[in-house]
Design a protein around this ligand. Structure first.
Ligand SMILES: [Fe+2]
Ligand SMILES: [Fe+2]
Length: 348
């Protein structure tokens, strides 16, 4: 009789855990494109990207996130470093390890090896597998020998991270001048298996490149802006839809947070820490939907003024209808600043 009651208790526990009482709500942050380039490095300057300020901007962001008492984890959506330099990886790892909560990184197009083309000024950059290796386990989410992974980050909430850089190396002199995005066939097979194994759970995906265009120039490949998107974005998007993925979080585009509902998969894009308007995003998610709030990275008035001045001085990041005129600048600012600092969505 005693054995039977022990068995019944055991079965009850098993049933409750497998039925899976999903998470009630999770709070997490998304930070993107820190592009860490420590000031001691030769050639680092404050341009469109505030090279000299990147370390400070990332440190200030971490300090701000540490003030949020019920934050559960942080996603870092790629372009971790200037160009995969070992000293920048070490500094970023130290900064992110300062977070009080676990964090998960994805690799961007700047986090892979560059082929040296000038022996006098040879860049020292690392293989993407080495960069990924600096972020294994609780400090980054990577698993050994891989550049993509999946983790159950809360009860019945699965995070899938993909490696979307098209080029294995960046080598303009070899014709590999490539910041584009692609999910290779092996990774597509892994993605489908992972989605199949997690049906019925809430699934969020993190990538550096985008699945969809965010403006006219992304559609028309203005200034090669097709590089902001994954070549096989439609195939990836279809797979996410097929398995009922709730949301995807991306970076790379350096525009302020906004979303598009594509077949029930909410595509969220995020601003950079290192370029105007330096921002990060807080999410409060339940199995039914999410709320988000966008925050400015704390920095001095001088740094903000410099960021905006350098932003306005740039031409490459302007769309075809955004020349350096009052009307052009208004459109340029609206594209990058966005029109809202908060919002909410209901999952389908
Ligand atoms: Fe970037
Ligand atoms: Fe990027």
């Amino acid at each position: 009789m005693k054995k039977l009651s022990v068995l019944l208790v055991f079965l009850a526990i098993l049933l409750t855990s497998s039925l899976g009482l999903a998470f009630e709500n999770v709070k997490f942050a998304v930070i993107s494109d820190p592009h860490i380039s420590i000031p001691q490095q030769r050639g680092v300057s404050d341009g469109y990207k505030l090279g000299l300020q990147t370390q400070m901007l990332a440190e200030n962001t971490v300090a701000e996130l540490n003030k949020i008492p019920d934050l559960q984890f942080v996603l870092v959506t790629g372009d971790l470093t200037q160009d995969a330099e070992p000293w920048n990886i070490d500094v970023l790892r130290r900064i992110l390890d300062g977070l009080k909560v676990p964090y998960f990184v994805t690799l961007g197009n700047h986090d892979l090896s560059r082929v040296p083309h000038n022996l006098k000024d040879q860049p020292v950059t690392l293989s993407k597998y080495t960069v990924a290796g600096a972020f294994i386990g609780k400090s980054g989410g990577m698993t050994p020998g891989m550049t993509y992974y999946a983790h159950e980050v809360a009860k019945n909430l699965v995070l899938i991270n993909l490696d979307t850089s098209r080029a294995q190396v960046f080598a303009p002199e070899a014709g590999l001048n490539d910041y584009g995005g692609y999910v290779d066939p092996g990774q597509m097979r892994w993605l489908e298996k992972t989605l199949q194994a997690n049906q019925g759970k809430t699934i969020i995906v993190m990538t550096h490149h985008n699945l969809i265009p965010w403006c006219e120039g992304d559609r028309t490949d203005h200034n090669k802006w097709g590089w902001f998107r994954i070549d096989n974005g439609n195939a990836v998007q279809s797979m996410l839809q097929k398995y009922g993925v709730n949301a995807i979080f991306t970076g790379h585009r350096h525009i302020s947070t906004r979303y598009q509902d594509v077949g029930g998969v909410f595509n969220f894009v995020h601003p950079a820490l290192s370029t105007y308007p330096m921002r990060f995003t807080l999410y409060d998610m339940t199995p039914q939907g999410l709320k988000y709030e966008v925050k400015n990275v704390p920095a001095s008035d001088d740094v903000w003024a410099l960021a905006k001045k350098n932003f306005l001085a740039d031409s490459w990041w302007r769309d075809a209808d955004q020349p350096n005129t009052p009307e052009g600048n208004a459109k340029y600012l609206e594209l990058y600043e966005g029109t809202s600092m908060s919002g909410s969505v209901k999952f389908k």
